[in-house]
Design a protein. Structure first.
Length: 386
């Protein structure tokens, strides 16, 4: 039986735990480990959603990593790197390349891209590189690819993919199709989820635009909090009056709100799936958790503002709200420019939602099986990548 090892430059958090169903596999007796190289890589030593598990191995020195990679059992192990083209990690991949382990290329997340004319044009890509973080990432990505071409880094033995959109990015590698963790969770808890609220409500999927730490890492300033929340709350009030319900907030995991900025509206943490399951509709700027709304086939409102479009333009996020609204046939609203139609929901097209699910969130050929089942059969050599 193979051993599955996640090779990570960050501590284990809920998303990374769920991505490859590490808890489920461990509980079923499979050999899984999470190798935490954060002390060696120098970034993200701790995270708010960090979790502790018996299968975590933390490495404090390169020597300890070399020793672990020389263990005899490594030959029966498959490593899944949680980082591939990020700054400072050449040494880690060089060591992994010298081992006898298998290496899987993870392609677990994908999303639609804006049409040409924004960040996808040559000028858009070049102007984006004026931001130090994006320039560094581009140099590292191409440098790591060159190292593989020169044979200084090993290539990948297989790819773990999710949905149709990831297939083209892995070339001719053997592919193991699994699902997005939200897809597995949605099905797993369908019978046990219970409403958190009495009465009708809409849910806002918060992205913490007033202080998201990842934006700071990318060199993107936060939006003006006073202006943002004033326009946002005004929009919420219009929707509440139109539909006779309350708007509640599914807080981003990294959000820090010492004072409620939503004019006293209810804020929930770690409850997005349940809130999306029983809501009337959802409001979103951009959030990966909108997948739960798609699974539930609920209407979506995509929210934008003049400032968000400018501040987050270099990352491509400025184009996302309108792009997703067009993709789903959903309502788009710029909260800086209120209009009567902004509060009118558009009907859901089930075929559009299903197409999105199997392109980005689930693998159609394995739709009847969970990710834990698929990976379990792979680790027992009962299922080979194809």
């Amino acid at each position: 039986m193979k051993r599955l090892i996640v090779f990570a430059n960050r501590t284990l958090n809920e998303l990374r735990r769920r991505a490859l169903r590490l808890d489920e596999l461990s509980e079923q007796g499979f050999l899984v480990e999470y190798w935490n190289l954060a002390p060696l890589c120098g970034l993200y030593p701790h995270e708010p959603s960090e979790v502790s598990r018996p299968y975590i191995r933390r490495f404090e020195s390169w020597g300890a990593l070399d020793y672990a990679l020389a263990e005899p059992a490594i030959a029966e192990s498959v490593f899944v790197p949680a980082f591939i083209d990020e700054p400072g990690y050449y040494g880690a991949f060089r060591r992994l390349s010298r081992s006898r382990a298998g290496i899987a290329l993870p392609r677990l997340y994908s999303s639609p891209l804006p049409s040409a004319g924004t960040t996808q044009t040559l000028w858009g890509r070049l102007s984006g590189l004026t931001h130090p973080g994006r320039l560094q990432a581009a140099v590292i990505k191409r440098g790591m690819a060159a190292m593989r071409c020169l044979g200084l880094l090993r290539g990948f033995d297989l790819a773990i993919i999710v949905g149709e959109a990831t297939r083209a990015s892995v070339g001719c590698l053997p592919k193991l199709p699994i699902h997005h963790p939200d897809f597995d969770d949605w099905r797993s808890y369908s019978a046990s989820d219970q409403p958190l609220l009495k009465g009708r409500y809409a849910v806002f999927l918060d992205m913490f635009y007033s202080g998201h730490p990842d934006h700071l890492v990318e060199g993107l300033p936060p939006v003006d909090a006073e202006r943002y929340f004033k326009a946002l709350n005004s929009y919420f009030t219009r929707l509440e009056r139109r539909y006779g319900l309350e708007v509640v907030v599914a807080a981003h995991p990294k959000a820090d709100y010492p004072v409620n900025p939503f004019e006293g509206r209810k804020i929930f943490r770690s409850s997005t799936r349940v809130l999306a399951r029983f809501c009337e509709f959802a409001l979103v700027t951009f959030s990966a958790s909108m997948s739960y709304v798609v699974f539930g086939k609920k209407p979506l409102f995509f929210i934008d503002s003049d400032e968000m479009a400018v501040v987050h333009g270099p990352s491509g996020q400025g184009a996302w709200p309108r792009m997703y609204a067009d993709l789903f046939g959903a309502r788009y609203a710029n909260i800086d420019h209120p209009a009567a139609e902004d509060v009118e929901a558009r009907p859901v097209d089930p075929a559009v939602y299903e197409a999105y699910i199997f392109r980005h969130l689930a693998s159609r050929e394995n739709a009847a099986r969970s990710t834990a089942e698929i990976l379990g059969r792979f680790l027992r050599d009962e299922e080979l990548p194809s």
